[in-house]
Design a binder for this molecule. Sequence first.
Ligand code: CMC
Length: 431
Amino acid sequence: MSDANYSLVNNNTGEKIDLPAIKGTLGPVGLDVGKVYDKQEVFTYDPGFTSTCSTKSAITYIDGDNGILLYRGYPVSELAEHCTFIEVAYLILNGELPNAEQLAKFDSSIRKHTMINEGLKSFFNGFHYDAHPMAMLTGIVGSMSAFYHDTTNNKDPRHREIFAHRMIAKIPTIAAAAYKKYYGQPFMYPQNHMDYSSNLLHMMFAVPAEPYKIDPVIAKALDVLFILHADHEQNASTSTVRMAGSTGTNPYAAVASGIAALWGPAHGGANEAVLHMLESIGTKDNVASFMAKVKDKNSGVRLMGFGHRVYKNFDPRATIIREQCHKVLKHLGKENDPQLELAMELERIALSDDYFKDRKLYPNVDFYSGIIYKAIGIPVNMFTPMFAVARTVGWVAHWAEMVSDPTMRIARPRQVYTGAPDRKVQPIASR
Ligand code: CMC
């Protein structure tokens, strides 16, 4: 943390303005440039927000150079080892790990909100038979804003809490329903005696015609994956939820906008893209020619599941997922899975190649998650919805943090205009 003073000097006039340094508990200070336009009539320019903080937040801390990820101060590896996803959800929402009583109350509230309105269920019928589950998730979560009118006062803490519990409880039900719609199978109602991850597995894989047994190893692996994906500070989808939420919009609509942002292959859609990449490479024999394409700037091909805007060392989540991946494949007797071997070969080559070393590109959270999902029978187009289920916790926590802040303002960036200067409309005959 730096105590230095900062200022911005206009080299033509010598005029200088101080930039107050906003200090957090960890990490670099943020320079407050909010008055720059007012005082010097210039904007700051940072497309992609490489050096820009959009907010203060007490939820998640990332140190990308050292591969550190903390939720409310706790390393994600410790949380993955000692806690359940529901405990971590409580932590992310409330700032502290729950005691036994708090956990029982929270868990019970989540279990009681798992069903979705029957009217909402019928919305699935309107989707085309081959609709992508992320399209359904975006649409259905957006539609929730038309159903739950009893808790729309964003300034009321109890309204915010009910919204958060509903959203976290219902998102697996909606994701599973999207899966069932895609396969033309009957929707399965939630079973509230089951834990969060088991319930999702049940809603996806059970059918009314026969009993379905939860595999505890798979349920545990899913729970760990959900912990690792639960929050990641101001990533693109969370920033989208905050941006939409800053207008005071309905919170379900704000979360729907986050789901839409997550879908892209540079963000949550990368787990699906990794599997498509592995399928297109096919066998280890094709790795060398694929890597040549990745390194050729004109090819437009990227090694999906590699690289991260913030992590320039390693992604701590990837290390845990890699371990889980081996555990799950061994448990299922699929440790010789050719796609896992292919992924490991790509990783081995990339980690020793100067192209990746120079650019500090390491495997990210999505490199291995898809292999686990595939091994447990989740189809490729459901990978990103699984990510959305977990990230819902982060979205609602960030939304709640923002709207409960009395200094909240609408997020409204500026631009450097590069279009035509002021001009006159010519009559159509002379254009
Ligand atoms: N394969 C090949 N080259 C890459 C890759 C990659 N996956 N990622 C970055 N580069 C190169 C890029 O071409 C550029 O090279 P140069 O400096 O020569 O122009 C340099 O590395 C920096 O890349 P960038 O695009 O400026 O970096 P960014 O911070 O804007 O993008 C990223 C970060 C995650 C979008 C990018 O690394 C990427 O596209 N990775 C593949 C997609 C992926 O796995 N996304 C999941 C991210 S983790 C989960 C999540 O956030 O949801």
